[in-house]
Design a protein. Structure first.
Length: 254
């Protein structure tokens, strides 16, 4: 009888442990190993760990890789995108630190990387950071710069407009209205679609998600040259970045 009770107790413990394990969600690293070829996953995870060691928002890189994998992007292109975006994050972080001296927040680094992707220089990011009042987050101002670029402004003009508003101590809510208040073809020959600024800004408040919702948007645009659906013959639908502006594959005019 004692043996029977012991066996029953052991079974309960094992079942309880299995149930607990089943309730623990897989982390992003484990999911990347499932959705990417082993060799690519190893290299991508190494880049992500390097980003974490450099105090860059590694979760954003994980979400970026998972989003592109879910959309059928070729693994080699996913790897290329992660490497490139880690470089932009490092450059954006340095640009803010050089201007303010303090450590930027993760959402500021992500926003800086996104405007770097759109062609803004690190020097311009530093210029914007210097114009901001002490303690003012640069996340929304930088995303608004991206929205203005999508409306056709040059990077110099976009930075100046947002910097002027920062000097005037405009609220984030006022800044968010700037792209919508600007004609969609502010520069001759430009035909970019309006940036989905409000959605991008909301996504920065949920940095931990992946896949749909924020996860989908928080990680920026696709790598250059990415064929959607793993290179299928059908014309790919390129995923958009935070500002709503897709990256243009090589050989194609924007």
């Amino acid at each position: 009888m004692r043996y029977s009770r012991l066996l029953t107790t052991m079974m309960l413990v094992l079942c309880s442990g299995a149930a607990t394990t089943a309730q623990v969600p897989e982390d992003a690293s484990a999911r990347l190993k499932q959705v990417l070829p082993a060799n690519v996953a190893t290299r991508v995870l190494a880049v992500i760990e390097r980003a974490r060691a450099r105090e860059l928002p590694a979760a954003a890189l994980e979400n970026r890789a998972l989003k592109f994998a879910a959309r059928g992007v070729h693994p080699d292109s996913i790897e290329k995108s992660i490497v490139e975006h880690e470089g932009r994050m490092a450059k954006g972080k340095a640009a803010i630190e050089n201007a303010r001296g303090g450590k930027p927040a993760s959402d500021e680094i992500e926003a800086a990387a996104e405007v770097l992707r759109k062609g803004v220089s690190g020097e311009k990011i530093s210029e914007l950071a210097k114009s901001a009042p002490s303690g003012r987050s640069l996340a929304i101002p930088l995303y608004v710069v991206g929205g203005l670029l999508d409306r056709g402004l040059s990077s110099d003009d976009a930075i100046k407009r947002v910097a002027d508003r920062l000097v005037a101590r405009s609220s984030d809510r006022d800044l968010e209205k700037m792209p919508a208040d600007l004609p969609s073809q502010a520069a001759a020959g430009q035909s970019h679609k309006p940036a989905e600024t409000g959605r991008a800004l909301a996504e920065t408040k949920r940095p931990g998600n992946a896949g749909g919702g924020q996860g989908g948007g928080s990680v920026g645009g696709p790598p250059s040259g990415v064929p959607a659906n793993g290179g299928a013959a059908a014309k790919p639908t390129m995923p958009a970045g935070r500002g709503g502006k897709p990256e243009t594959p090589p050989g194609k005019k924007p």
